[in-house]
Design a protein around this ligand. Structure first.
Ligand code: 5GP
Ligand code: ZN
Length: 114
């Protein structure tokens, strides 16, 4: 997946500082934040999207939630709350086709989103 920007971050070909990493997941700050804290949590494995994922990948996708919990705790987001978002496909607003979970925190977020 040599043209995938997130694979390049996983492989450390781009020096984006990592906020969190474990065997299956890495997390880093979004380059264009839409909240005071905007973190992307991604699997090391290149999975295009939730829609393209397989049953075998469900465990890895679950790890994204586990990482979100740990990051939220470490960053102190638990008290005020936070939002997790996984944009999927064109109508979902997905622009990078390496599955990622947005973690948004630091302000009250409106609902429904635009
Ligand atoms: P999507 O719209 O696919 O759900 O979200 C992709 C996100 O990746 C966007 O919020 C965008 O700002 C972020 N992004 C795109 N390229 C880079 C990059 O090279 N580095 C970082 N840190 N974030 C990126
Ligand atoms: Zn990738």
């Amino acid at each position: 997946m040599e043209d995938c920007i997130f694979c390049k971050i996983v492989n450390r070909e781009i020096g984006t500082p990592l906020l969190y990493e474990d065997e299956e997941v890495v997390a880093f700050r979004d380059i264009n934040p839409v909240a005071p804290d905007h973190i992307l949590i991604i699997p090391r494995k290149h999975i295009r999207s939730v829609a393209d994922s397989t049953e075998e990948e469900e465990l890895i996708m679950g790890k994204l939630f586990g990482a979100a919990r740990k990051i939220a705790k470490a960053q102190g987001f638990q008290e005020n709350g936070f939002r997790l978002v996984v944009n999927t496909g064109a109508d979902g607003g997905q622009t990078v086709f390496h599955l990622h979970m947005h973690l948004l925190a630091g302000r009250a977020l409106g609902w429904p989103p635009g």
